[in-house]
Ligand binder design. Structure first.
Ligand SMILES: [Mg+2]
Length: 389
């Protein structure tokens, strides 16, 4: 039996809450973001978007594009409060709610269909309830998979409802540009364009071997998505899980530098796994076991989630300074990431992360993963690790 997944995404959430709390702002270009000199736009109302303002844009640019805009600082505590109300509504319909960010979630309502009406009826009810209290609009996509539901919810924003029945998935996907696909950044887009692939349909008509040769496992994954195949479950527990790796050493580690080399290898392994599972994490934990089996953990939380090995490594190195590594013999080191979020969280996730260097690193990571996939872990190692051998 096909599943019924609903993706719900609040419309211009931060500005919408500002308008909710101050109705005089209704219909005006409201822009929520950081400082006017150095900050970026967090979220812009649809009225502001007409001027070309969008999230992650420098505030200075937004001011130039929309000089009469109403610029407001983010009130996260308030957005969280409203978000809680909205998620309570989601939970009325199913326990299978996977939050992607403060204003976005997947719901699996397969089991709730008989009880509460079919998935489209449930989506309509949710939209109505959110509109009544707290008083906001949410866009919904209803489809047999997460991937398609997510694309669908974006089609008719704001206040949209897009339904893709199981037998219409290919019809729906075929004409879409491949940039709508998760994990397809500018570099991948360019590489696909060289193969004359621009739409989902183009991608689905290429032999999967060709894609695998060029992109490794990522190629096979893209192909499956183009065919509308995505079996990933809605995972309500996502935020409590963690992904980690640890290494017990044959010989105790004595030197700080040696410990750092191990950290780099671990960080890359963890990051690789996160990218394979398409999650990123906010909290980095470092575990150290000394040779007398005394074990400690140190943790730090990043302002935004990451799946980047070097970033994880940098944090882990800072945490290392809060240990006695280098002074006491070390038996085991481990790194884990928690507070995970689904990579498809897209907008909100990349919101603070869209500067060029991190975008490049992201695409480099994808390339790295496909090489690893093909040739194994030894083939790609950062220079400091090679010098180790
Ligand atoms: Mg949203």
């Amino acid at each position: 039996m096909p599943r019924s997944i609903i993706h719900l995404d609040m419309d211009a959430f931060y500005p919408a809450v500002e308008v909710l709390d101050n109705p005089e702002l209704k219909g005006k270009p409201v822009i929520v973001g950081g400082s006017k000199e150095r900050g970026v736009v967090s979220s812009a109302s649809y009225e502001a978007r007409k001027f070309g303002v969008h999230s992650a844009q420098p505030m200075a640019t937004a001011i130039r594009l929309c000089p009469n805009g109403i610029f407001l600082p983010a009130r996260m505590y308030r957005y969280k409060e409203v978000s809680k109300q909205v998620f309570e509504i989601f939970h009325c319909f199913t326990p299978l709610v996977e939050p992607l960010s403060i204003d976005e979630a997947f719901l699996d309502v397969t089991g709730a269909r008989r009880l509460l009406g079919d998935a489209v009826e449930i989506a309509k009810k949710i939209k109505r309830m959110v509109f009544e209290e707290p008083g906001l609009t949410v866009s919904a996509g209803v489809a047999p998979s997460k991937f398609v539901a997510k694309i669908a919810s974006d089609m008719e924003k704001p206040d949209g409802l897009t339904v893709v029945p199981p037998d219409k998935v290919r019809e729906f996907l075929d004409p879409l540009h491949i940039k709508k696909m998760w994990g397809v950044g500018k570099v991948t887009q360019r590489a696909l364009a060289q193969l004359n692939i621009h739409t989902f349909k183009d991608l689905s008509q290429i032999r999967v071997e060709v894609l695998e040769r060029k992109f490794g496992k990522h190629g096979a994954k893209m192909y499956a998505l183009a065919m509308g195949i995505d079996d990933r479950d809605v995972e309500p527990e996502h935020e409590t899980k963690s992904i980690g790796h640890e290494q017990t050493f044959m010989k105790d580690i004595m030197e700080l530098d040696d410990a750092k080399k191990e950290l780099l290898a671990l960080a890359n392994k963890v990051a690789g796994r996160m990218r394979r599972e398409e999650v990123s994490g906010k909290t980095v934990s470092l575990k150290v076991k000394y040779n007398d089996f005394k074990q400690i953990t140190r943790a730090a939380t990043l302002p935004k989630p990451t799946d980047d090995g070097f970033e994880i490594y940098s944090v882990a190195c800072r945490l290392l300074e809060k240990t006695e590594v280098g002074k006491r013999p070390v038996r085991l080191i481990g790194i884990s990431l928690s507070q995970l979020s689904f990579l498809g969280a897209g907008e909100q996730l990349s919101l603070f992360n869209r500067d060029q260097s991190s975008q490049k690193r992201k695409e480099l990571n994808i390339a790295l993963d496909s090489i690893l996939e093909k040739h194994g872990e030894k083939s790609v190692r950062p220079a400091t690790l090679i010098s180790n051998k």
